[in-house]
Design a protein around this ligand. Structure first.
Ligand code: HEM
Length: 146
């Protein structure tokens, strides 16, 4: 019981950190940034990555080891859609992550043009992150069980 509470709490806090980091990236992204600002974004992106790992680890723990039995979720198409969307968010984050890592090095004040795709991808990720909790609530109620 206490284990389940702790894992659910971990799942939620890591989701807050994930969405917080994504929101910070969205606010900080401008058409032009100095390498110092990109370095800051790369650090925020690192926090995003760690939070995402914790969300997935806690989610898989809830699925297979604590709380309701795994069979409750195994054939639930809404859970599978939710996990699929989380994977898509992760895939969409690859390009911004690689861009931040590649462009953070160099003279701190040097200005770099930021491709508009970077902000667009962050925006799409944020939109998908809004949908996922709705799917989570539905599947937790048993909706979507085959
Ligand atoms: C791939 C990774 C993920 C897996 C495997 C996963 C799995 C789970 C599981 C098994 C539960 C327990 C549901 C229940 O109480 O019956 C849960 C709850 C929840 N998850 Fe995830 N999850 C993942 C990612 C996410 C993400 C990215 C978000 C939000 C953006 C999220 C939001 C939630 C919420 C809000 C709940 C609570 C639902 C409720 O009790 O009403 N999950 N998750």
């Amino acid at each position: 019981m206490i284990t389940e509470v702790l894992v659910r709490y971990t799942h939620f806090i890591a989701i807050f950190v994930w969405v917080g980091a994504l929101t910070a990236e969205h606010l900080l992204l401008k058409p032009q940034l100095s390498r110092l600002e990109i370095k800051r974004l790369a650090r925020i992106d690192g926090i995003y990555g760690l939070a995402a790992i914790v969300v997935v680890a806690a989610g898989l723990t809830l699925w297979f080891w604590v709380g309701k039995p795994a069979e409750f979720y195994d054939k639930n198409w809404i859970l599978h859609t939710k996990v699929g969307l989380a994977v898509i968010v992760g895939l969409l984050s690859i390009y911004p992550t690689v861009f931040f890592i590649r462009n953070q090095k160099g003279p701190a004040e040097e200005i770099v043009e930021i491709p508009s795709n970077v902000k667009l991808l962050v925006r799409i990720e944020l939109a998908l992150m809004l949908v996922i909790p709705l799917l989570a609530t539905l599947m937790a109620k048993g909706i979507g069980n085959a």
